[in-house]
Ligand binder design. Structure first.
Ligand code: NAP
Length: 346
């Protein structure tokens, strides 16, 4: 007989005010799924630049969406992989016990709530940590690649060693780009080459804008319009994924809007987007993983007690691949202790 437990409290990484100093690990009530929602027993999550922007209300416009005085989502973490633990009313597409990945609120907690159309079955070819890394960065890379329409084209990924960039290199190759170059620092050249890049451009000694590209997938946003125009072929596309300026109330928004207006004319085009949380992206990512076209590269896994330090690392802008959070660490059964044996000292 399977015994089900019905916990009432759980451990969570919470933040009752904006600012990284307000982040702490505490106990909270276990949430219940509403109509069309699932409760997920979380195994793994990751830290993204988006988490940093939300936690610090940077740029200020975050407060319009996330709460003026304090974050309305007290429990942190926006993506995860875990096991379906409870179905809300009306959910028929999933079963309890299935392992899923996707976007959700409160992912740095033992249990998180997800809309049923924001998760999909986790690909079995990767670990739960690797699956947890896919939704935000993987879907952003996929969306950018769709906008760039990369098949048969010469593509450069600016910021190829980061979370989004490392997926963008792999997906561009899998989607039939003719040539994929990755821009990174010298120390990350082998990492980017290992992703399958045909060319690695060390930004300290080379300038990707001195060559001509059909598509520029830009995770960094550190070049002027004039430099990008110079670097694109006549009908080239510049897909802006990230931007280095997050200051002020509106961050990069005024500049991005003005840029779109400037790029309306002429054969070259500029595009930017806010990631759509569309389950289609999760399905496509799972397919790409199944075909061997994409793997998540995790360069570090931290515990929930270290999440604050994880935000600092993301803020440094130097993380390579993805930074995973082991949410289930305390629940993992040590096979030696479980068997009652004594551990041999190492
Ligand atoms: N539009 C959307 O919906 C969407 C969705 C997701 C993410 N984003 C945005 O996309 C951007 C990238 O996200 P991410 O998760 O990839 O960030 P990330 O993982 O934090 O990026 C860190 C990487 O950037 C590299 N980097 C830093 N400066 C660079 C430079 N001048 N040239 C080339 N590479 C450089 C670093 O490598 P080195 O140490 O070697 O420099 C590091 O590996 C962020 O701004 C994020 O907010 C947007």
């Amino acid at each position: 007989m399977t015994r089900t437990t019905n916990p009432t409290t759980m451990t969570a990484v919470v933040q009752s005010a904006y600012g990284l100093d307000a982040i702490e690990v505490d106990e909270r009530p276990v949430p219940s799924p509403g109509p069309g929602q699932l409760r997920i027993k979380v195994a793994a999550s990751t830290v993204n630049p988006m988490d940093l922007h939300l936690a610090t209300a940077t740029p200020g416009i975050v407060r319009f969406v996330e709460g003026f005085r304090r974050p309305k989502h007290e429990i942190l973490g926006r993506e995860a992989c875990g096991v379906v633990d409870q179905l809300g009313p009306g959910v028929t597409d999933f079963e309890i016990g299935q392992t899923v990945f996707g976007w959700m609120t409160g992912a740095f907690a033992d249990y998180a709530i997800a809309d049923a159309d924001h998760v999909w079955l986790a690909p079995t070819e990767m670990t739960e940590f690797e699956c947890a890394a896919l939704p935000i960065a993987g879907a952003a890379a996929l969306q950018a690649i769709e906008i760039g329409d990369v098949a048969g084209k010469r593509v450069v990924v600016n910021g190829a060693s980061g979370g989004v960039g490392h997926y963008a290199v792999q997906i561009a190759k899998a989607r039939g780009a003719r040539w994929v170059a990755g821009v990174c620092s010298c120390k990350n050249a082998d990492f980017v080459r290992g992703l399958g890049a045909d060319q690695v451009i060390d930004y300290d000694s080379e300038d990707f804008a001195s060559e001509r590209w059909d598509v520029i997938l830009d995770c960094i946003g550190n070049r002027t319009d004039a430099e990008i125009r110079q670097a694109l072929v006549d009908d080239g596309r510049w897909v802006v994924i990230g931007d280095s300026d997050m200051d002020g109330v509106f961050g990069p928004l005024p500049r991005l809007v003005a840029r779109l207006a400037r790029w309306r004319f002429g054969s070259q085009s500029c595009h930017w987007f806010v990631q759509g949380e569309d389950v289609r992206y999760l399905k496509e990512l799972a397919t790409l993983v199944g075909e061997g076209g994409v793997r998540s590269q995790l360069t570090e896994t931290i515990s929930r007690a270290d999440v604050r330090a994880g935000y600092d690392r993301i803020e440094s802008g130097r993380t390579v691949g993805k930074l995973a959070v082991d949410v289930a660490a305390a629940r993992r059964v040590d096979p030696i202790e479980a068997s009652g044996q004594t551990r041999v000292p190492s």
